[in-house]
Structure formats: structure tokens, C-alpha cells
Design a protein around this ligand. Structure first.
Ligand code: BGC
Length: 707
């Protein structure tokens, strides 16, 4: 009997593995067979289809339809194209107003950790895998265009959409976004870089006018767009805000000038939803598609009759849409059968991201991982029995959602006591308190850097009454921790972990996973310390919730980026302001030593390459991942330059005692600045300091070189 039982189990496992492999194979084959059509062939094909189209048909495709569609033209075998959000997995819309979206129903979609957590992994391979999984789910839902990734910059900790973006540093964002785009598009799904450009606050987002100089745009705000374009992104969504006085979605300077001419984008440009106002300007700006339907373009036929818009403008717009769809072969793509989707693999990618993206900010007396002597573990906070997530278009419900409380009970059993609102005695009596506080951020408004009162009170009650309090921060952005940071024994920044993030969180608390996340942004002590402070017009205050009417009535207001290129750590270092936690910071349960920095400059003259190498050693007693960071400083320059600029990073996996050599190549561009006169990157000869370390603050080895 026993023998048969074992045989049965072995056979079941074998069949399961074979089944999974078979499922995987069919998608793998489809993916391998997918080759985009070349730009030139697609262009010719678009010309020939355009020649067959009437004016009405051309107009029909440049105006969005039913909120999320490009219109079909059945007579020409052009199918409708469905697009959906986006930034933390596939947002399934069961219904949209009266729309029947049955055809596009996915049975489920994986709720991934939010992108700022992904950025905190500093693992661009993981960014590819994450995006590939999202793309596969799009294919199963017949989704032609993913309305992501969101690649805007973290300039203001209060921005409601920071959770959808990749942090404050242009180099880190560019690396993560480039791989993201490749991952999504490997599945034949179009990736959309959004929101172009300088869309860094959601405070009356349709009314903010970002005032920025060109050097700052190129050095800080454009690099992730450029990286996405170079990686082949086929779509770009313009933003709600104005840039230097004109709404981005109808700005010739933004679209024809920066996006197409300077960055070389040749794909489909679409507006953000209800973000343009003037059809004439739009048609001339280089914009291709007005979403979600014609508002600025509503009188387009009349404007054509009056000669205010030329048919050539509409031809250009329609052709760009056709060409992009032909490049990605949307006209004859098949859905991936949803049975063949390896949801289990997608969940593993989501789990891996959470394991690598949760950041350990503080760990006094090595309270973490929790040891056996911590018998009475009191758990409290708003996100213990609820999955927190970023809200708005990015929302993803997920499946198999794992609550923190359940995961804790699985790991620690009866040692766990959960009390939503514990009294002082209960807090005092515990050996350790796990207090999960934070914010649920959303598109559409900004939220205060200071925690809501109830959250601040909860964390205060815990740290003031039990010295062994571990604070878990659930948020999509930086929060004010100044009043309790010193009193907390440990702090874990958990972001929004998606459906399986709590498993990773508990693994870290228990020591089964060694944390390796590093902050993709600086956390300031006070909001007034930060470069974006003062962006809200005088006399106004933050609001919460959708407020279309108020937004309509609100005047356009200027957000002056007067700090220029000095954003994030560039700002705090220049101003000598001590942040609470610096960019790139994150602790591990082991420690690392850096040595043997060598820099080879002899290939610079001829090939523009500088070779940097150094050794990293795990000097602790458990395996760990370290993100090594390389910063460049220009010692003397004709223009103001930051004290540090991230120009390289790698994640190294080290066993105890193990040492590895890391090699990073820098190119001329890594030493250059954007010159607004020549409108190009400019390399200025002289001395540079190469700084290598474990965060922007902890430089372990450095050397000066002459180039
Ligand atoms: C958001 C976009 C989103 C679009 C469609 C807008 O409100 O700003 O990011 O893709 O809605 O849902």
C-alpha cells in the first residue's frame, strides 16, 4: 500500500511537471515565431491601405472609440485594437459603462508588486521577466496595447502616482524601463511609455504647467523615454500637464520637437484620457490618436472643410497608427489560449520581485530575523488583513491574494496575536510588535508626506510602548518617519507587494529570505527639505478623491523646476541636507566589503570606454545579494554638475566568505552633460572621480582619473 502511495505521488508530480512544460512550450513557440515587421515594410503596407481609405474612415481611426479601442475598419480587414492598463499587472475591466468587454475578459490577472518596488530590486532582468509575464497575460486577453510602463520621475514624495514609476534616478529608470519594454513586446504586445513628459504631480494634474529647461529635461526626465524608445517601444502616451506653457498632447515642441526629432521616436503617439483641447494644434503637433474619443477633434470634418486642418495631417496620423499596428502584426494576431498561460510562473516572478524589492531600512540589535526567543509576537495595523495597492487605472485585483496575517500564522503559528487596535498593556506585554502602517496612494491626487493622523498615532503607540517594534511601511512613495524613526527597532519598506508580496515579507521577517532591496529614491526628513517643496499654489491644500469639476475650474498653475538637474540625491548632496534615508540605501542580514578598485582608461581615446573593476566580498555568515552602485563626479566643469551621478550598477549574489570581481564599462556619454547650445551631449575633458559603494552615501572605494 505504502509503495503504491509513493508511486502515485511520483507519477502525479511527473505528470504535473510534464503538463506545465507542455503549457509553457506552446507559448514559447508562439513567442519564438513572433517577429515584428520591419518599419519599412510596415510603412509601405500602411501607404497602400491608406490609399483605400475614405476621409471618414481615416478620421474614425484617429479618434479613440468606446474608451479603450482603436476603431475597426472591417471592409479593409482592420480589426479593432483593445488597450488596457497597465503599471502593476493587467487591469481587467469587467465592464466599462455599457461596454461589453466579454471578448477581452481574462479569467484572472496577476497582481504584481508595484513598479517602485520593482525599481527597488535594481534587477533589470527581473524587470524583463515581470513585463514578459504581463505581456503574456495581455495576449491571453486579446489586448493589443498595454498602457504602460509609467516612466515618470519621482520628484515629489507626495505625488500620488510614484508607485507606478521607477524612482528618482534617470539611469536606474532607464535601465529598468528598457528591459521592461523588451519583455512586454517579446509577446507581441505593444508597450506604451507614459506620460510624456514632466508629469510628476497629480495635484490638479490637467492644470499643472511644468516649467523646465532643456538640459534638465534631457538629463533627468527624458532618459527612461529614450531607453524605452531604443528598446523598441511602439507607443508613447502624452501627459495631462502642460510643458512650458502648452498641453503636452497638443504641443508641437513636445511631440514633433522633443519626442520625434530629438529622441527619434517613430511609433504611435496617443493622448492621455481627456487631455487635449484644440484640434488644430493637435493635428499639427505630431499627435496621432486622441483618447478616449474625439473631444479636441470633435469638429474635425468641419476643420478640414475650413482648411484649418489639412487632410495630409489626418493622413499622417492615420498612417502612424496603421504602421505601428502592422509592425506588431495586430491585424492577424491570435489570443494565447488562457489555459496555456503559466500563471504559476508569473506568480513566481511576482514573488521574486517582492523578495528583492522590499527594503530593510533599519535593524537595531539585529532584531530581524526574529529569533525563537520572541515568543509573543503582536501584530497590528491597517494592512494586516487587507492587501494594500495603488489605486486608479493601475489597480489589479489579482487572485490567491495572500494576507500578511495568514502568512505570519503559517510561519510563526501560535506565537502570533493579531489585534487591530491594541491597548498599551497589550503592546507592552509583547516580545515584539509588528506594526504595519502606511498609505494607499492613487492616481488623480497627491497625498501628504506626513502620515494620516490615525497611522501616525498607531505607530507612535507601538514604538513608545514597546522598544522591540518592527515597523512595516506599506506605501507607494516616501513618507514622513521623522518622529518615530529613532524609536523603531527595525523598519521594513514593503511598498505594495501585489498578491504574493506578503509571502516575501514574512520570509524576510523569519530570515528565510535575506533582504536586498535598495531605495530607488531619497526619503527626506521633512517635506520642506525636498526639491519639489512649494509646488502647490499658495493658499491651497491637498485634496483627496476625483474632483473633475474643481479641476475644470482650477486655473493653470506653474510648477517651476527651479532646482534644475538637482533632483533627488543630487539635490540633498548639493544643498548639504541630511536625508533620513539616502538613495540606494538598504540593509542585508549579511555584510559586504569592497576592495581592489582598478580603472582602465587606455581605451578611452580611441573607443570612448573606461573599464572599472573591483571586488565585493560577503564577510557575513549567510548568503546575500548586494547591489553595487557606481557614481561619477566631474571634478571641474563649465556648468554646474552634481556631486554624484549614478552611471552603473550590478546585483551580485554571494555565499558567505565568497568574493567576486565586478566589471562595469563606462562610455563617453556617462561623463557628459547635455548642452542646450548644440542640443547634444557634450564631453568636457578633465578629472573625474569614480565612486563605488552600497548606496549614494556609503562610498566604499573611489579613485580620481584624468580623461
Ligand atoms: C491615466 C493613464 C491611463 C488612462 C487609461 C488616465 O487617467 O492617466 O495612465 O492609461 O487613464 O486608463
Amino acid at each position: 500500500m505504502h509503495k503504491y502511495m509513493i508511486l502515485f505521488i511520483v507519477l502525479s508530480i511527473t505528470f504535473y511537471i510534464l503538463y506545465i512544460q507542455m503549457k509553457g512550450q506552446s507559448i514559447k513557440k508562439e513567442k519564438e515565431q513572433f517577429q515584428p515587421l520591419s518599419y519599412e515594410l510596415a510603412d509601405t503596407k500602411a501607404d497602400s491601405v491608406l490609399a483605400l481609405m475614405t476621409q471618414v474612415e481615416k478620421v474614425a481611426i484617429v479618434e479613440g472609440d468606446r474608451s479603450f479601442f482603436i476603431r475597426p475598419i472591417p471592409r479593409l480587414n482592420l480589426p479593432e485594437v483593445y488597450m488596457t492598463d497597465a503599471t502593476q499587472g493587467v487591469h481587467i475591466r469587467e465592464k466599462f459603462k455599457d461596454l461589453d468587454l466579454a471578448m477581452y475578459q481574462l479569467e484572472k490577472s496577476t497582481a504584481f508588486p508595484c513598479p517602485i518596488l520593482l525599481a527597488a530590486t535594481w534587477n533589470s532582468e527581473l524587470s524583463y521577466k515581470y513585463a514578459e509575464a504581463v505581456g503574456e497575460e495581455c495576449r491571453a486577453g486579446g489586448i493589443g496595447i498595454l498602457l504602460g510602463p509609467g516612466v515618470n520621475s519621482y520628484r515629489i514624495s507626495q505625488c500620488g502616482r510614484n508607485f507606478e514609476y521607477f524612482g528618482e534616478d534617470p539611469f536606474l529608470r532607464a535601465r529598468m524601463v528598457g528591459e521592461y519594454v523588451k519583455g512586454v513586446q517579446s509577446t507581441g504586445t505593444i508597450a506604451t511609455l507614459k506620460h510624456f513628459v514632466a508629469n510628476n504631480t497629480d495635484y490638479y494634474r490637467r492644470k499643472s504647467n511644468s516649467i523646465i529647461d532643456e538640459r534638465t529635461l534631457h538629463e533627468i526626465y527624458l532618459p527612461p523615454f529614450k531607453a524605452g524608445i531604443d528598446a523598441g517601444a511602439q507607443a508613447v502616451m502624452t501627459s495631462y500637464n502642460l510643458l512650458n506653457g502648452e498641453w503636452c498632447g497638443q504641443s508641437e515642441y513636445v511631440i514633433n520637437g522633443i519626442l520625434k526629432t530629438q529622441l527619434g521616436f517613430r511609433g504611435l503617439v496617443m493622448t492621455d484620457w481627456w487631455s487635449v483641447y484644440d484640434g488644430e494644434k493637435l493635428a499639427k503637433s505630431g499627435q496621432d490618436l486622441e483618447m478616449p474619443y474625439a473631444v479636441a477633434l470633435k469638429d474635425v470634418h468641419q476643420l478640414l472643410d475650413e482648411g484649418k486642418i489639412k487632410i495630409e495631417d489626418i493622413n499622417r496620423m492615420a498612417k502612424s497608427i496603421l504602421r505601428t499596428c502592422f509592425i506588431m502584426k495586430l491585424e492577424d494576431r491570435k489570443k494565447y489560449p488562457s489555459d496555456n498561460i503559466l500563471y504559476e510562473n508569473h506568480e513566481s516572478v511576482a514573488l521574486q520581485a517582492a523578495r528583492e524589492g522590499i527594503v530593510l531600512l533599519k535593524n537595531e540589535k539585529n532584531i530581524l530575523p526574529l529569533q525563537e526567543d520572541k515568543k509573543k509576537i503582536l501584530v497590528t495595523g491597517d494592512y494586516v488583513e487587507k492587501i494594500a495597492m495603488g489605486r486608479g487605472s493601475a489597480e489589479v485585483k489579482g487572485y490567491n491574494n495572500r494576507l500578511m496575517l495568514d502568512e505570519l500564522k503559517k510561519e510563526f503559528g501560535s506565537r502570533i496575536t493579531y489585534v487591530k487596535d491594541p491597548n498599551f498593556d497589550q503592546i507592552k506585554a509583547a516580545d515584539v510588535v509588528l506594526c504595519n502602517i502606511g498609505t494607499e496612494d492613487s492616481e488623480g491626487w497627491d497625498r501628504s508626506f506626513a502620515l494620516p493622523e490615525d497611522q501616525e498615532k498607531k505607530v507612535g503607540d507601538c514604538v513608545n510602548n514597546n522598544p522591540n517594534t518592527v515597523v512595516i511601511v506599506t506605501s507607494g512613495s516616501g513618507i514622513r518617519m521623522t518622529d518615530w524613526n529613532n524609536k523603531a527597532r527595525a523598519i521594513l519598506y514593503a511598498w505594495y507587494g501585489g498578491q504574493i508580496g506578503n509571502k516575501a515579507l514574512v520570509e524576510i521577517i523569519a530570515g528565510k529570505t535575506n533582504p536586498s532591496g535598495k531605495l530607488p529614491m531619497t526619503i527626506e526628513k521633512e517635506f520642506k527639505d525636498s526639491p519639489g517643496y512649494g509646488y502647490i499654489p499658495e493658499g491651497e491644500t491637498l485634496y483627496q478623491g476625483w474632483n473633475g469639476k474643481e479641476e475644470k475650474a482650477h486655473p493653470v498653475y506653474d510648477v517651476r523646476y527651479s532646482e534644475g538637474i538637482f533632483v533627488g540625491y543630487r539635490w540633498y548632496e548639493k544643498k548639504n541636507i541630511e536625508p533620513l534615508y539616502p538613495f540606494g540605501f538598504g540593509l542585508s542580514y549579511t555584510s559586504f566589503e569592497y576592495s581592489d578598485l582598478t580603472i582602465g582608461t587606455n581605451m578611452f581615446q580611441e573607443q570612448g570606454i573606461v573599464k572599472v573593476s573591483f571586488a565585493v566580498k560577503n564577510v557575513g555568515n549567510r548568503r546575500g545579494l548586494e547591489t553595487v552602485q557606481l557614481y561619477v563626479q566631474d571634478v571641474e566643469s563649465a556648468v554646474p554638475r552634481p556631486l554624484k551621478e549614478l552611471k552603473g550598477f550590478t546585483k551580485v549574489d554571494l555565499e558567505p566568505g565568497q568574493s567576486k570581481n565586478v566589471a562595469i564599462e563606462l562610455t563617453t556619454k556617462d561623463f557628459s552633460f547635455w548642452d542646450p547650445e548644440t542640443k547634444d551631449w557634450f564631453f568636457e575633458k578633465g578629472a573625474f572621480i569614480i565612486q563605488v559603494g552600497s548606496s549614494s552615501k556609503e562610498i566604499k572605494v573611489q579613485k580620481q582619473i584624468e580623461l
